[in-house]
Design a binder for this molecule. Structure first.
Ligand SMILES: *Cc1c(COP(=O)(O)O)cnc(C)c1O
Length: 351
């Protein structure tokens, strides 16, 4: 597997001084979802399984470049606000580059796997009594005072790295898909994908561009509602954001691609989360399932995808958030360790 910065060096702002960091990011699977495509009414459906990145989310694509550029300019530390995955990724790449890392998180709303990662990778973790949006405002101030490199998706190198997800999809398919569906939080990723698809078209690697479909959680849907949300709420904590930093660009991506933005409820998200795992064997995190929930909702509302090639971006790995996973199910009560007792629950009557 070729490291991401080398694989797409012609498309990235690298110089002779940029260190070619890698933890094995990118080149993630594009899985044909044959059961789910029938279930959802898509002509062809692929899952871009970004959970297979080294820290378990797409954030690694942008972070490898943002941290490399921080090293290049001589920064000694990086800082970010995070709903969890940015923190995990920043902490890992900072560790590998020998930089210090600080992360500011909304206390109580970060999935345990992500928090564990940030701590074990050696970041300084500062939880606040407040939202992600407040944390982002604080790190902007802290970066200005401390000289630490801000590695949230307001950092342009993050988007440059993340656009490679679009390149990989086109490289695998040999053409642009018709529709790309993805969850939207701070709106960096939809902005980055749209940039990547346009660059490939402009350089004549592919002919067209896809329609960009972005989905927010109903309780955290500022772009759908057209105004900031002060107290965003959703089980999908990775997209629990009320004031997206890249909101205007996301709206432009959707408008210019003939796409759409919509909101899906937590119930729709969690149904989709279980559906993609139980029909395809792919466990993503709740936020990622907003893409599947969104496709499902739009088809139910009359959108015809029966002739379309659709790609859903599964942004993060399901193992990030075991607590939300287990909360979907009842308590598992042990039975006696006898053949009789186990045959009944597995659906086989005793002979
Ligand atoms: C960060 C993240 C998102 C949202 O991406 P934005 O660029 O903030 O819109 C969605 N899903 C997961 C798993 C994430 O970590």
């Amino acid at each position: 597997m070729i490291p991401l910065l080398e694989r797409y060096s012609d498309y990235l702002p690298l110089t002779a001084e940029t260190p070619l960091l890698t933890l094995g990011e990118g080149s993630t699977p594009l899985l044909r979802a044959r059961h789910l495509e029938r279930e959802l009414g898509c002509g062809v459906l692929y899952l871009k399984y970004e959970g297979m990145n080294p820290t378990g989310s797409f954030k690694d694509r942008g972070m490898v470049l943002a941290v490399a550029k921080a090293v290049e300019r001589g920064a000694r530390s990086v800082i970010c606000a995070s709903t969890g995955n940015t923190a995990a990724s920043a902490a890992a790449y900072a560790a590998s580059a020998g930089l210090a890392c600080s992360v500011i998180l909304p206390a109580g709303y970060v999935a345990p796997g992500k928090l564990a990662q940030a701590l074990v990778y050696g970041a300084r973790v500062v939880p606040i009594d407040g939202t992600f949006d407040q944390a982002l405002a604080l790190v902007r101030g802290a970066a200005a005072v401390s000289g630490a490199e801000l590695v949230n998706s307001v950092n342009p190198f993050r988007l440059e790295g993340q656009k490679t997800g679009a390149f990989e999809i086109c490289d695998t398919l040999g053409s642009s898909p018709d529709v790309v569906a993805l969850p939207v939080g701070n709106a960096g990723n939809i902005t980055a994908y749209w940039k990547g698809f346009r660059e490939y078209r402009d350089r004549n690697v592919v002919q067209g561009v896809p329609r960009m479909w972005g989905f927010q959680a109903e309780g955290a849907a500022p772009l759908v509602q057209g105004r900031p949300v002060d107290h965003p709420q959703t089980l999908a904590t990775a997209i629990r954001i009320g004031k997206p930093a890249r909101g205007d660009e996301a709206l432009a991506a959707v408008a210019n691609s003939g796409g759409l933005l919509d909101a899906v409820s937590d119930t729709e998200i969690m149904d989709a989360y279980r559906l993609v795992a139980s029909t395809e064997g792919v466990m993503c995190e709740p936020a990622s399932a907003a893409s599947i929930a969104g496709i499902r909702k739009r088809v139910a509302a009359g959108e015809d995808l029966s002739e379309s090639t659709v790609v859903a971006i599964l942004t993060g790995h399901g193992l990030k958030d075991p607590a939300t996973a287990l909360a979907q199910f009842g308590e598992l009560v042990p039975v006696p360790a006898t053949l009789e007792s186990v045959l009944h629950p597995i659906g086989t009557a005793p002979v």
